[in-house]
Design a protein around this ligand. Sequence first.
Ligand SMILES: [Mg+2]
Ligand SMILES: [Zn+2]
Length: 159
Amino acid sequence: MKRPCVFLDRDGVINVAPPEGEYITRWEDFRFIPETVDWIRLFKALGYLVIVVTNQRAVARGLLPAADLEELHRRMREALAEKGAPVDDVYCCPHEEGTCSCRKPQPGLVLEAVRKWGIDLGASILIGDSMRDRELAKGLGITYIEVREGRIVEVQPGR
Ligand SMILES: [Mg+2]
Ligand SMILES: [Zn+2]
């Protein structure tokens, strides 16, 4: 039986986004957006998979060692689980623009998750805060929810 999934962007959705052109490279700089943590608890109670899909080209730019990013995500998942809001998986594009098929708005991360988790894509949604997230959802034909500081600012229905 296929399961519906809520795909979550990371920066600006799960945690406060860094200033334009900057990256979160240390756990000490990671600040949760509490509304989103509550939503994750709700989605889990409803039986949804919750999967993070995030672009982190700081890795390709040599600003963030891949091992440090992994550790950041390990701590994020641990902290979320402690808050009763566990995420099922984290998919990350560490590549530079134009060098891969997974940097959002390309669908690589979502398609990989769909294969691994047996996701019912048509029943899934994406929550994000950027044009890249919006375009990704549009390309996949799924509902997109735009958020800003923990509030929903727009819902773009899927097909
Ligand atoms: Mg974002
Ligand atoms: Zn990539």
